[in-house]
Design a protein around this ligand. Structure first.
Ligand code: SAH
Ligand code: TYD
Ligand code: ZN
Length: 397
């Protein structure tokens, strides 16, 4: 166990321990059940730089390789969101400028940048998703972004006018190395824009399923402000986003542009609400236990009445919910999902089978747990016909 802060070396104050957990995106074939990888999922707050983080994290090569099953294009609302983000970033750069995306996945966002006339380059370690981007002619380097790969990119391709990263900065344990890489790769008047789930939304909504192996950090603006300054850059604006259950977009520069009022507004709010102190996280830990217990009780009551319960969307987030409450295929008979790479495989640790989404309409199950609750709007719109009931895992608290 390494209880030192990955950012500043401070001694972490642990506030929650989920126990033994498998890798959230490691969907298995039935002959792989006995060689599943487990690690201890626990979270702590750094009292010095206020970064909330996993105490232990599995080796990134175990998670991001040639079998990564998440594709950015799996949500229509996210595709729209990325295309709006492109327009927003274009307000800071010129047509024809060079844009680099860290964690470019299947090239969804870079395709939009290219359509707007930008030169683009992705850096993405999971080779199977990077291949989808390459098939769309999005130039992609298959590697982990850090200060070393950044220096290679700089010498081969030159500096970027914009560097973008969505839902990936919180995945990278050596954040200082990434930020040094960004600093060296960014033009002096360029912008670095990134976006990740926001800690205030996670704590407020008790959405503890945002905590799993890949999400090594839960960012607050206060903690990001400190680490950005530490790496010689300036956080000049933030903007809250209604995706993935509540995210924050951070705008960073190297030059002296004015600092937007949003920074002080949110930093003061986090201070007043107590996000830099352990008490709020200790209260969260109690609510997580209650939420998990209630969720399982709801499922057990339905099951005792002879009802069949299924899952909707085999999200990585569902791994924490299912394993923490020990919910297996006795309570949830199967999970419908749109990703062919997941079909007929089983959920990590709990071994519930994943079924092609196309069967959902035919089966019309009476009770479906909406594991992709973060895409609720899109899904409820799509499933207007559905006469059964959606259960949202942590809406019961
Ligand atoms: N940006 C996309 C994908 C998010 S999933 C979106 O918002 O939908 C996280 C992605 O980051 C995965 O594709 C994963 O392979 C990639 N990733 C993980 N560690 C990385 C690193 N060090 N550098 C670049 N990409 C990384
Ligand atoms: P998401 O919440 O985006 O991510 P994560 O897996 O990181 O928690 O969920 C993505 C999964 O949800 C992916 O397997 C596809 C599935 N999904 C559906 O099956 N139907 C849908 O309508 C949507 C939006 C997603
Ligand atoms: Zn720290």
């Amino acid at each position: 166990m390494n209880n030192r802060c990955k950012v500043c070396g401070g001694v972490l104050k642990q506030f929650i321990d989920f126990g033994k957990m498998p890798l959230a995106n490691r969907f298995l074939k039935s002959n792989e059940f006995d060689k599943e990888y487990y690690f201890n999922l626990a979270v702590g707050l750094c009292p010095i730089c206020h970064m909330v983080q996993l105490i232990n994290q599995p080796n990134p090569n175990l998670m991001f390789n040639n079998e990564y099953p998440f594709f950015s294009s799996s949500s229509t609302i996210m595709k729209t969101h990325f295309s709006e983000m492109v327009d927003n970033v274009l307000g800071f750069i010129k047509p024809g400028d060079f844009v680099i995306e860290i964690g470019s996945n299947d090239g969804t966002m870079l395709s939009s940048f290219r359509e707007k006339g930008c030169n683009v380059l992705g850096i993405e370690p999971s080779s199977n998703v990077a291949k989808v981007a390459s098939l769309k002619d999005i130039p992609t380097i298959v590697d982990f972004f850090n200060e070393y790969t950044a220096s290679y990119i700089c010498s081969e391709y030159g500096k970027a006018n914009a560097i973008i990263a969505t839902n990936v900065m919180c995945h990278i344990p050596d954040l200082n190395s990434v930020l040094q890489g960004v600093y060296n790769l960014l033009e002096d008047n360029g912008v670095f824009v990134f976006e990740d789930p926001y800690i205030v939304d996670i704590i407020d909504n008790v959405s503890y399923d945002q905590i799993y192996d890949e999400h090594v950090f839960l960012f607050s603006i206060s903690s990001i402000h400190k680490i950005i300054s530490r790496n010689g850059m300036r956080l000049f604006m933030v903007s809250h986003q209604n995706v993935h259950g509540g995210s924050m977009r951070y705008y960073i520069c190297k030059d002296n542009r004015p600092i937007h009022s949003s920074i002080n507004k949110f930093i003061n709010l986090e201070n007043i609400l107590g996000y830099n102190y352990i008490d709020i996280y200790n209260r969260f830990a109690i609510k997580v236990k209650e939420s998990s217990f209630r969720f399982k009780s709801i499922l057990e009551e339905l099951k005792n009445c002879g009802e069949n319960i299924v899952g909707y969307a085999a999200t990585s987030k569902s791994t924490t919910i299912l394993n923490y409450a020990n919910i297996d295929n006795n309570l949830i008979s199967c999970i419908y999902d749109t990703t062919p790479e997941k079909w007929y495989k089983y959920t990590p640790g709990t071994h519930i089978q994943i079924i092609p989404y196309s069967k959902f309409k035919k089966d019309n199950p009476r009770h479906s747990v909406l594991f992709a609750w973060n895409h609720k709007k899109e899904i409820l719109e799509k499933e207007k016909w559905y006469s059964g009931k959606f259960i949202i895992p942590h809406e019961n608290i």
